[in-house]
Design a binder for this molecule. Sequence first.
Ligand code: CTP
Length: 401
Amino acid sequence: MLGEPFKKARNVIQVLEDNGYEAYFVGGSVRDYLLDVPVGDIDIATNAKPDEMLSLFERTVPVGIEHGTVLILDGDHEFEVTTYRVEGEYDDFRRPDSVEFVRDITLDLSRRDFTINAMAMNLDGDIIDPYGGQEHLLQKEIHTVGQPKDRFTEDALRMLRAVRFASQLNFEIAHDVNDAIIEYGPLINHVAVERIQVELFKMFKGVGLKQGLHSLNSTQLYKSLPVFKEEHSLLTRLNETVKNPIPFENVMIATLTLLSQEHDLNNWVKAYKLSNKLKKESLHLLNCYDEYRRNGINETLVYQLTADYFGHFVELVFIIDQVSIDASELTTLFEQLPIRTRSDLAVTGHDIMSMFPNEKRGPWIGEYLSNIEQLVLQSKLINNRTEIERQVKRWKEQESN
Ligand SMILES: Nc1ccn([C@@H]2O[C@H](COP(=O)(O)OP(=O)(O)OP(=O)(O)O)[C@@H](O)[C@H]2O)c(=O)n1
């Protein structure tokens, strides 16, 4: 019996078959189904040409028609359906100049990266596996379809995909594949860094991260990856410290603190074109970790962190210091705080300004607010408007004396 995600796509395949075409589930979904792990996106391959698909289905989006891909919408679901194809010449190690549609699924599977990704499955669960994918799943090994050199010169990103799958599936990279990555690794510089970023994020989240880190080392691929190539001890340190999958921001922060060298976050951000959001979150965690280093776990730390970041922070401290913090300890402290954000204060910047109508606005207001915030947080000042105003007046008087 096929599982839920496949059932949702049943109708699309059925329509194609009823109209005399072939259609199969292909790629990662078949791999994950055979491994009995949760299945992600469902990709379908068919011998119907794109224009034939467009005429068969009512709701379609021609997302990549020149490459044979049509998005077919069915109920609340959408599926990428791609005409069997082989790829033309690759000039730049990253994308084919052209594709050629073919009528045979085996040919379509032959242009795929790894044997474990080169299987097809029909609605009855029968598997087409011309390159030994099932055997390699059992052996827990990553083999290319055909010669590694051919697959890697077609798309250099595949070398990092090998490492990502090693981590995600806890598999070993076959020797010939490993050797080819050592030889062709530098070609990855032709690949857009955004694509590299996606694979690295997935790699660090792999359940077999140890294996992934080992593969990044044994393939020497790290020598061609931004930041990793500049800091040779980075990978060794990660290997020694990392036990579980980690999000990429923790990778950056952990290495920044572990290496304690001139190596700033901007380096990572620029090299991997990371988002501003990720940069902001990473800086936040980095500052919180500094606070923790200086003063340990206290009110200021949990207030600064905010509850959203507790999980992340616990992981980070474990990676850097191998210390297990109990997240519930952070939660209890947080719940006892007199305020949870600055907006919980009984006064605003505006209130303080209006206490001194003759004073010019300026940074002093922010400084006052931040001092009030600290005192309230440490329970040295009650969060009450009259009390706070009294304290502010005292400060002003001291300043004018
Ligand atoms: N550089 C690439 C990328 C993809 N593929 C093929 O396209 C399929 C779909 O690719 P993708 O969605 O990127 O990866 P999945 O294998 O589906 O894995 P996941 O969903 O876990 O990312 C792969 O299984 C593989 O057959 C390939 O041959 N070469």
